[in-house]
Write a protein that binds this ligand. Sequence first.
Ligand code: NAP
Length: 282
Amino acid sequence: MAHIIDGRKMADEILDEVRARVARLKGKPVLSVVLVGKDPASEVYVRKKEEACARVGIRAENSRLDEATSEKKVMVLVRKLNRNRKVNGILVQVPLPRHIDGKKVTGEVAPEKDVDGFTAVNVGRLTSGNELEGFVPCTPLGVIEMLKRSGVMIGGKNAVVVGRSSAVGKPLALLLIARGATVTVCHSMTKDLAAETRRADILISAVGKPGLITGDMVKQGAVVIDVGITREEDGKLKGDVDFGSVKEKAGMITPVPGGVGPMTIAMLMKNVLKAYEMQGGK
Ligand code: NAP
């Protein structure tokens, strides 16, 4: 049976490390979170980010805007935060209401404050192999950190990423390539998903379809990381991986909840600290 990777414990360790580093600073890093509307999932994520900030000593300054706020007003706020020298990191919580172009707004964040790693400059850095010079999206970064802290060697392995979004699948594939994996990226048009996933030494699913990955799709001993989060009608959170059947085949597996989710927030705290230091904060 697979070893279960405890994302909560790992995230706690990272938060403790960030807190110790923040405590040695003369100033306090500041994260500004922009939340538009009342999407319940976004409210939960923002609250968790606030809690993590409080825990590590980062000041969270949140702007909560009404659902009907115009795109222009949100853009003006982002530009104002870009100019505010007291703000080190800016995060625009997505999804934004339908009348707002999310890509346009997140793309407006100053690259040096872009702790979500969504701007063209930071995507370019990652693509060109200069990820350390900028910011990488927190979820893929969290997956890589999980693999590292679990002692999983990436170089030379067959890695299969299911999902090709700009926030998760694509940056994850780039991070794995940079670390020497042979990477296959699958998506909704992949002809035979099981044939691809069965070749994976490291299998990462980031789709949002509960039960998509079943035991018969997994190679014996593979490392299986479940990024997917879906809230079912009964309120329970489900990953993409059918935990019961896959844990019998995998060598390591992450649960949902308690896997990648907490790591995402921990990596955000690391990114805010990095922004503070890169902006010359002592
Ligand atoms: P997304 O933008 O909706 O992307 C989903 C991807 O899955 C797309 O590339 C899509 O393919 C692919 N896909 C859909 N059906 C498929 C199928 N049957 N077989 C193979 N691929 C399929 O979602 P996302 O933002 O990347 O998020 C993915 C999941 O991760 C969601 O459940 C989300 O809630 C979760 N998530 C978790 C965290 C965390 O911290 N744990 C953070 C972010 C996201 P096409 O491109 O062809 O449509």
